[in-house]
Design a protein around this ligand. Structure first.
Ligand code: ZN
Length: 326
């Protein structure tokens, strides 16, 4: 049942939902300075912008989020920028801003937000790479954001070279910590596998195509086109799993099992191999229900004690939508 309180625009299931046009869109890259597809895509966009000065029907802002980390080709210089966008962190006073990234998060909040305000960007697409074999994923905080879900559906239909999936982190909006949460709508566009600190042509091209398609979709939406309803598979994060560790030293004592490595979004059943200990022992998944693994062996998550994440999949019905601008 659709909840009319949560979806005030929705009259009944058959109706087209009218939503405000997306007149201001931000494409951000280099939020993590060593995720090079987004870094070079933003470089290219900024270069082209200067040359051509084309007038676009939608105002697209292109942003290099963490220039200092990009310059050094590191994820961050002092703290992970993409964890700095909670309301609590954004409201720290100048004297409490202890790191470059905290200061930068507030600058970005002024530029693209303020988060939660009417002035905030209508849509933020933040570009990321993962070392995991995840294809292209839109990572969001909502399983009922019709804009993000329709964009995902469009990318799934139009992108020939790479699978496209929708990941949902079920966290209250106020606790949402990533840059994309500053926009009225937003997602991280995560593409892999690509090691950090290098660029692979196929991954770069896929990201470039996806950003182009995203902006095409926004132009179509703003021009009053109707997008038919349907359904999208949504992967909701259930839990993260850490590497097995020595109880005293906390050193990792096992690697991701070869049978699981690179098998992101392949259903993991109770009893399936999960880790291979350095002494050769297979450690199995002990959960009660089969779940979908993703971010398997993401290299940036060793410091976050995450070997992989597990998600539950369900089909979300989405209504037809149209821009209310007309
Ligand atoms: Zn990233």
């Amino acid at each position: 049942m659709m909840n009319r309180e949560r979806h005030p625009h929705l009259r009944n299931k058959e109706d087209t939902v009218m939503l405000p046009a997306l007149s201001r869109v931000a494409v951000c890259g280099g939020t993590h300075g060593n995720e090079l597809s987004g870094v070079y895509l933003v470089h290219e966009r900024l270069k082209r912008r200067k040359k051509s000065q084309v007038m676009e029907p939608v105002a697209v802002v292109t942003v290099m989020s963490n220039p200092r980390a990009v310059q050094r080709c590191v994820r961050y210089t002092e703290t992970d920028l993409n964890r700095c966008f909670t309301h609590a962190m954004l409201s720290l006073s100048a004297s409490e801003q202890t790191s470059y990234e905290l200061v930068r998060s507030q600058e970005l909040n002024s530029l693209l937000g303020p988060k939660g305000s009417a002035e905030a960007m209508d849509l933020i697409c933040d570009l990321h790479n993962t070392t995991a074999n995840m294809g292209l994923c839109l990572i969001t905080y909502s399983d009922s954001d019709w804009i993000c879900l329709h964009i995902c559906k469009y990318l799934q239909r139009e992108m020939a070279t790479i699978p496209v999936r929708y990941i949902h982190y079920d966290i209250p909006r106020s606790e949402a910590y990533s840059l994309d949460s500053v926009g009225k709508h937003g997602f991280a566009m995560e593409i892999g596998p690509q090691p950090h600190g290098l660029i692979r042509a196929n991954i770069f091209m896929a990201m470039q195509e996806a950003v182009q398609l995203l902006l095409d979709w926004v132009r179509l939406f703003n021009s009053g086109a109707q997008f038919e309803g349907g359904s999208v598979d949504v992967y909701t994060l259930v839990k993260n799993i850490d590497y097995p560790r020595d109880p005293h030293t906390h050193t990792i004592i096992a690697a991701v099992h070869p049978d699981l490595q690179d098998r992101d979004f392949c259903l993991l059943h109770p009893g399936d191999p999960m880790f291979l200990s350095f002494s050769g022992e297979t450690l199995r998944y002990k959960g009660k229900e089969p779940l979908y693994p993703f971010f398997i062996n993401e290299s940036a998550y060793y410091e976050k004690a995450v070997a992989l994440s597990l998600a539950r999949r369900r089909k979300v019905e989405i209504p037809a939508i149209r821009s209310s601008r007309m």
